[in-house]
Design a protein around this ligand. Structure first.
Ligand SMILES: O=P(O)(O)OC[C@H]1O[C@H](O[C@H]2O[C@H](CO)[C@@H](O)[C@H](O)[C@H]2O)[C@H](O)[C@@H](O)[C@@H]1O
Length: 248
């Protein structure tokens, strides 16, 4: 987890956010250098936090749970659960995930946090603009990937994920081509890529960064000058970079 001051006059003191680098695989190697872990820079965070309201935003997969082969088994440890519960006692805490809000809530099982699902499309009440996600695309994707060994579809309610972690590497490009071909001429959808996952989302422009702003507003911190934002890595990344796949 990194940290960042929000709308704040002291912004120059804090490391700016950088999008992923071109020089390595999505910038993963150089990321920790530019965004030191909150645990390793605890003293400077404590200093920054003096006199401010701390607001925490976290991802689920890869942050609160380890990345595992089977997305249905990405369980959180009880130590992590206790830690989240404890943090949320003191600071308003939100968990924003690409998964459905119900599923992430079921995994986390903590009541004193705010949940945002489907990459922020579903925060407590779904956005009116996204009445429903056209399930026809799920059926088409499912039918298309069924022949690809190890490929699986996860229904996240307002978006879908096509997992290829368990697909033999030789078939990755084939799978991507197939999914791209289903989405590329349909302006109602957009395609993003995560960790061994393709995500078909409605084309409405909303991501975890928007969800963060919405929750800040809901919490009454929209124009506050004295907020220290503590966010996890994927939320920082999506504030700037959506992982959007551009069609050729
Ligand atoms: O943006 P996120 O909230 O991080 O959601 C991205 C995807 O996260 C989950 O998949 C990832 O974790 C799985 C379990 O560890 C792993 O098997 C998979 O390879 C990762 O991509 C989630 O299952 C997806 O629906 C999200 O799209």
């Amino acid at each position: 987890m990194g940290f960042q001051l929000s709308h704040c006059s002291k912004q120059k003191k804090v490391k700016p956010f950088y999008g992923p680098d071109k020089d390595d695989d999505n910038g993963y190697a150089s990321w920790p250098v530019k965004h030191p872990s909150a645990l390793e820079t605890f003293d400077s965070i404590s200093k920054e936090a003096k006199g401010k309201k701390v607001v925490v935003f976290l991802d689920y997969d890869g942050t609160l749970s380890p990345i595992v082969e089977d997305p249905d088994k990405a369980f959180m440890s009880s130590e992590m659960r206790m830690a989240v519960r404890e943090v949320a006692k003191y600071f308003p805490t939100s968990i924003i995930s690409g998964r459905s809000r119900e599923k992430v809530k079921e995994f986390v099982q903590v009541t004193n946090v705010y949940y945002g699902g489907s990459h922020g499309l579903d925060i407590l009440a779904p956005l009116r603009a996204v009445k429903s996600f056209d399930k026809k695309i799920s059926i088409e994707v499912e039918d298309t990937i069924t022949e690809i060994q190890g490929a699986r579809l996860e229904d996240n309610k307002f978006c879908i994920s096509v997992h290829y972690r368990q697909v033999p590497p030789k078939d990755h490009d084939y799978l991507k081509e197939k999914v791209i071909s289903l989405v590329e001429n349909r302006p109602e959808f957009r395609l993003t890529e995560g960790k061994m996952v393709l995500e078909v989302r409605p084309s409405i422009l909303r991501n975890k960064g928007d969800a963060l702003n919405y929750l800040l507003d809901t919490l009454g911190f929209k124009d506050a000058k004295d907020v220290l934002l503590c966010t996890s890595e994927m939320i920082e990344r999506t504030k700037m970079h959506s992982g959007l796949i551009h069609f050729p």
